[in-house]
Design a protein around this ligand. Structure first.
Ligand SMILES: Cc1cc2nc3c(=O)[nH]c(=O)nc-3n(C[C@H](O)[C@H](O)[C@H](O)COP(=O)(O)O)c2cc1C
Length: 507
């Protein structure tokens, strides 16, 4: 299924939501973990000392190329994975939810992390799965399989030098249970939020890390022994630099046939998901190598609206390290209709948009998405709609006015976007993205939105604000920001504000 067809078919609109109400069978709610029934678990070490880098610095790190050798140990991996591990438990009438360091639509936690590594201190070479339920690793394959990933990525230089590579996957049904075919978007959003946490913690650990989207899908899925009809690889994250080169030739990746715990009593197939995934798959490493990089900077017309230069805070910023912020991050369930300062908003924008180290964002600092804002309550800024102009380091006022009610409507009629101090939307011109990157560009644009969203969560919480990801009525948002946004599509929505008193609402 072509990316644009998928996107069109999964747009939220009032008419569609009324015409297709979705009934949730809670008796059939999928397990939020992938549990290999017959494999031993290797506990991950806990309790390492804190990193020294403030979260606000880590989140701003654009992943500058590292110099020198840095081979992660099992302890490093444990610390890194704690950024996406379980952070709190809450009882609800329907049972217990184990929340994690990164937000996830519906708290359904459908994204898995695997590690493909050579021999590391404390961890033998192999293909391992991170098991958040008890903070452990399961070994699926022994031996150094990095060469398989290197070939699949078309000899990506960071993969070639990485002692370990994380591979993120999504198991479609675990999120489609609630969101149906639209979940394919969530695969990128939710893994993007996890990547924001992982990249920030990698920066704090001084571990080179980047996001590689250009790889042949089938060999990667075969290596993990996953069936892309049900679970597909989303991104590679080469970690560290140096140590022994990958073993060649790569050992054969025979099917493993490992048993996993059933996810639910029955599964409903949403064929659009594997179809969109298949249509954006790359067939070979050679294709992957030509796919990535080389993004032309899009020249936007000069601003015509009033410009408000950002005023990011320089002194007196909170110094909490990333792990403290991922540990306390949550999605704000109620916003008080209170002001945040312009300095806070400026700091969030400044720190989160300095660049994402990704193979589709080359040269460094390139971006596929623009940030549009609806400002309700930011000190010294007129309420209204804005676009962030990174080249000017400023917000450009598009339309002045009080749009709280409209924000609520655009965010599916929820109170959160209406009550927030500001809503930040990532919009992209999907046609030009797909012109450049083919259908795989859809993955890239959605993922960029997700990573930016995850960074905004971290920066907002580091500054003592609240934040939440939100969903939206697609075309209504585009219309609302038009004519500036005409032809663009929404890739992500974040609301930021002052947390209010919690209500009894469940998520
Ligand atoms: C992309 C995205 C969209 C979300 N959309 C909504 C939403 O529309 N309404 C809502 O109440 N929460 C929304 N959330 C918040 C999730 O429900 C929340 O992340 C999840 O329950 C896990 O809780 P936590 O973020 O507090 O750890 C969204 C989160 C993400 C990442």
């Amino acid at each position: 299924m072509k990316a644009l067809d998928y996107h069109e078919a999964t747009k939220h609109s009032r008419a569609r939501i009324e015409a297709e109400p979705h009934y949730l069978d809670f008796e059939n709610m999928p397990l939020p973990f992938k549990i290999y029934s017959d494999l031993d678990r290797r506990p991950l070490p806990k309790g390492r000392s804190e990193t020294n880098m403030p979260a606000l610095s880590a989140v701003a790190d654009p992943g500058a190329p590292a110099v020198g050798e840095r081979v992660p140990s099992l302890e490093d991996l444990a610390q890194l994975l704690s950024a996406v591990g379980i952070t709190k438990r809450r009882m609800y009438p329907g049972g217990e939810i184990l929340y994690r360091g990164a937000s996830c639509t519906g708290a359904l936690y459908h994204v898995e992390v695997y590690i493909v590594c050579g021999d590391l201190e404390g961890l033998p070479a192999g293909v391992h799965q991170f098991q958040p339920s008890d903070f452990s690793l399961c070994t699926l394959r022994s031996g150094d399989h990095r060469q398989g990933l290197l070939e699949a990525s078309g000899a990506h230089p960071a993969v070639a030098e990485a002692p370990a590579v994380l591979v993120l996957t999504s198991t479609w049904w675990r999120n489609a249970w609630k969101y149906g075919a639209r979940m394919y978007r969530h695969a990128w959003w939710d893994s993007g939020c996890m990547l924001a946490n992982l990249l920030a913690l990698a920066a704090a650990l001084d571990l080179p890390a980047s996001v590689v989207l250009g790889y042949a899908d089938n060999p990667v899925n075969r290596l993990l022994d996953v069936d892309p009809q049900k679970e597909g690889a989303l991104a590679l994250v080469p970690l560290g630099r140096g140590g022994p080169a990958p073993v060649t030739p790569a050992p054969a990746a025979e099917p493993l046939g490992l048993r996993t715990e059933p996810l639910s009593k029955y599964e409903v197939e949403y064929s659009e998901i594997p179809a969109a995934y298949a249509a954006s798959s790359l067939g070979s490493g050679t294709q992957a190598a030509t796919w990535r990089g080389g993004l032309q900077r899009v020249r936007r017309p000069a601003p015509t609206g009033r410009l408000f230069p950002l005023e990011p805070a320089v002194d007196g910023l909170p110094t909490d390290p990333v792990e403290a912020v991922t540990g306390r991050r949550g999605s704000t369930r109620r916003f008080a209709r209170k002001m945040i300062s312009f300095s806070q908003l400026s700091t969030i924008l400044d720190r989160t948009t300095r660049g994402i180290p990704a193979d589709f964002l080359d040269p460094p600092g390139a971006r596929l998405c623009d940030v549009y804002l609806i400002i309700h309550a930011v000190e010294r800024l007129p309420s209204g709609t804005y676009i962030y102009r990174p080249a000017h380091g400023a917000l450009e006022l598009l339309r002045e006015g009080d749009f709280r009610q409209e924000s609520g409507m655009l965010g599916l009629g929820q109170e959160l976007p209406a009550d927030a101090s500001v809503n930040l939307y990532c919009l992209t011109d999907l046609h030009s993205v797909i012109d450049r990157f083919g259908d795989r560009g859809y993955r890239a644009a959605q993922l960029e939105g997700g990573i930016l969203g995850g960074k905004i969560y971290l920066a907002a919480y580091a500054l003592g604000c609240g934040a939440t990801g939100l969903t939206f009525f697609d075309d209504d948002v585009t219309d609302f920001f038009s004519p500036d946004a005409a032809g663009k599509s929404v890739m992500f929505l974040m609301a930021v504000g002052r947390p209010g008193r919690r209500s009894n609402l469940t998520r």
